[in-house]
Design a protein around this ligand. Structure first.
Ligand code: FEO
Length: 401
């Protein structure tokens, strides 16, 4: 995509990445991702954020559509993760006179990531920078997503550049703004980004939202995904709900199975929940990437986990999923457990320990020996029904989750 003016004197100059398979080396990108960067053109010119290193040339090409890169006065580094900062060495070569602006916490990262020590200035929280006709103000928002992160706000056009906050997976398919797409089609990929990348920092996200609430914002221009000009409140509302762990009163069943025994129990659990009138999604942890499992667990309040005993513990794909939910600090879930064993039980007690440590509401559990008997299947069905009944008392699903 080529450069595009988003407000008078403010230009998107970012890039789409459709070739990286795994974001951060972990999370699949079937629809790609964008690294949004923005030029703010006053008497002085600032570039806000950048791109991953292999895309620096394309970024510079887009900048060149608006100004010669050597005319850049400032490189604003909202966040040091290399999906945005990786282009800094090339930008510095193209604009040797530009001053890098970042928080104090970013300075050692600039030195250690790129050997950048000179031509750098730390900006304080709330500090303003008059570009002449444009005014930037910097707000520190630590841990959204790293400790050094800040948001930049352009006061004359009321545009917020919050970097990772309010971003999402999904490249920009020839469009840029929320009013140019069916936003609902993007929301699953935005939630997957939120839950995979930013979710563990939900409390800092809520603090940032509260901190920025007093600012008059007409456009939210994050550094991944859509630019929100029609309804910036919508993405703030989505992020707020997800960070508060609000979820649909529905059930996600995540199971692993080696020889089909636990899979049969998963079907029975799902049937039990569905018979109570509660929507269910069943996911095989051995076949579906954990990135999607995390998203689905974030989406629904009910979570039923099924795992055979393996090496005396939890079947590895389910254990990995549970471990990542711990790392992502998912809270406030209504949970059921089921699992098989061949000679000695292991998976269910070990899942129970983890679930209790997480403080989740454990509704019930079913262990079974070998192939499930009709009685075992009936117990699994009742487990699904019990989780569903617990959820039915929950609040109705908020729109957009
Ligand atoms: Fe998009 Fe935390 O970097």
């Amino acid at each position: 995509m080529s450069a595009r003016e988003i407000r008078p004197g403010i230009f998107w100059v970012g890039v789409n990445d459709r070739t990286t398979d795994l974001f951060e080396g972990v999370w699949p990108l079937p629809h790609g991702v964008s690294y949004n960067a923005y030029l703010v053109v006053g008497e002085k010119i600032a570039l806000i954020d950048g791109a991953k290193a292999p895309f620096a040339e394309e970024l510079l090409r887009n900048i060149s559509e608006i100004i010669p890169p050597e005319k850049l006065d400032y490189l604003v580094v909202n966040h040091m993760e290399p999906d945005h900062s990786g282009s800094l060495p090339q930008l510095r070569r193209a604009a040797p006179g530009a001053t890098v602006l970042a928080t104090q916490h970013a300075l050692p990262m600039l030195a250690h990531f790129y050997g950048i020590t000179g031509g750098v200035r730390a900006v304080s929280d709330g500090e303003a920078l008059d570009l002449g006709g444009k005014v930037l103000r910097f707000f520190h928002i630590p841990f959204v997503h790293w400790p050094e992160t800040m948001a930049t706000y352009e006061e004359t056009q009321k545009v917020l550049f919050p970097c990772d906050a309010f971003g999402g997976f999904h490249a920009l398919d020839g469009v840029l703004f929320d009013d140019e797409v069916d936003v609902a089609e993007y929301e699953d990929e935005i939630l997957r980004y939120f839950s995979n990348i930013v979710g563990m920092h939900s409390k800092p996200v809520l603090r940032a939202i509260e901190k920025l609430a007093g600012i008059e914002i007409e456009v939210i221009a994050p550094s991944h995904g859509l630019v929100w000009r029609k309804d910036p409140g919508h993405i703030v509302e989505l992020y707020s709900r997800w960070a508060r762990m609000e979820a649909r009163p529905e059930v996600t069943v995540v199971f692993g199975s080696m020889y089909g025994f636990t899979a049969r129990m998963a079907e029975a659990v799902a049937q039990g929940s569905a018979e109570e009138g509660v929507p269910v999604r069943v996911l095989d942890a051995g076949r579906i990437h954990v990135s999607y499992l995390i998203r689905e667990a974030w989406k629904r309040k009910g979570l039923v986990l099924g795992a055979p005993t393996y090496d005396t513990g939890i079947f590895p794909p389910v254990e990995y999923f549970l471990r990542l939910l711990e790392r992502k600090r998912l809270r406030d879930r209504v949970v059921g457990l089921f699992g098989s064993y061949g000679w000695k039980g292991g998976s269910v007690p070990k899942m129970r320990e983890r679930v209790e440590a997480l403080g989740w509401d454990l509704v019930g559990e079913v262990s079974f020996h070998g192939a499930p008997t009709p009685e075992d299947l009936a117990r699994a069905r009742e487990l699904g029904a019990e989780v569903a009944r617990r959820l039915r008392g929950s609040a109705p699903s908020p729109k957009g989750l």
